[in-house]
Design a protein around this ligand. Sequence first.
Ligand code: C2E
Ligand code: MG
Ligand code: MG
Ligand code: MG
Length: 286
Amino acid sequence: FAKEFGGHQYQLYSSQFGKQANRRLQLEQRLRKAMEEKNLEVVYQPKLDLFTNSISGMEALIRWNDPILGEVSPAEFIPIAEETGIIISIGKWVLETACKQNREWDRNGYPKIHVCVNISSKQFLQDDFVKMIKHVLNEADLSPEYLNLEITERIALYDIDDAIGKLQQLKQLGVSISLDDFGTGYSSLSYLKLLPIDFLKIDRSFISGIFENKQDVAIIDSIISLTHSLGMRVVAEGVEDEQQLNILSEMRCDEIQGFYYAKPMTAKDINIFLDKKGEFHLVDRG
Ligand code: C2E
Ligand code: MG
Ligand code: MG
Ligand code: MG
């Protein structure tokens, strides 16, 4: 009986494993096709400056709507793109698209703001990363101060001196840097001291717990003070309601991003949003 039972379990395990491996393989194949067939799109999510009450920038986020698989979340396909190396070409494409789009908004007379582009550590670790950034900026005719790169601490795990060197070159160029997803994964305070960073983005998981969890409030409060004393700005991500915004504003958080202010939108919808000046009525809402 034991043997039979064991065998049965193995079958169950192997079929689940098979399903996962299958999905993974299919995603990889479809993703390569999506690049050729242009089924990828970049959407933009505005950030709100709490001191000026105006839009301070937007984050470029990739979207994939596959004719067979339907909408696939970046949370599912970005890791696969990283493992297979496809992220190098996808990442460059997002960067080119976002830079060209930002230059176009500027040409159309919209306020000059930066576009934030998520950079995978695999991309950052390429020897020619800084050269690639310069090239893309040149091609798009975009001034470097209108580009912000969102990195995570993972870029520093492999060779911290190399990471610092690249970040310094980028900053000399005029490109600004955000440290994304702060508070998750490898977050270490020593990185804050070592890496030349302009913005720190507090992860959504801390913001969602802001009312149920006194510890989260204490953590956010100290992250904000620490970040300010190091001369950086703080962005809170995933702000979904007015209460969260108010408490962050009291804690002197510099910028917020989240569904409450604006959801990620197509470039076309951003035009409409910018026509309304991206203003947010903190007082006379509702
Ligand atoms: P991220 O960079 O931390 O981006 C924030 C994610 O939170 C986005 O998910 C955004 O749509 C979502 N979000 C924003 N505001 C709210 C809110 O108020 N509530 C909730 N529930 N969610 C909110 P998305 O677009 O699915 O992207 C997930 C992750 O995939 C990103 O996290 C980023 O790590 C990665 N990613 C997306 N686009 C790219 C890309 O072009 N390149 C690379 N390397 N990674 C990307
Ligand atoms: Mg990001
Ligand atoms: Mg983030
Ligand atoms: Mg995140």
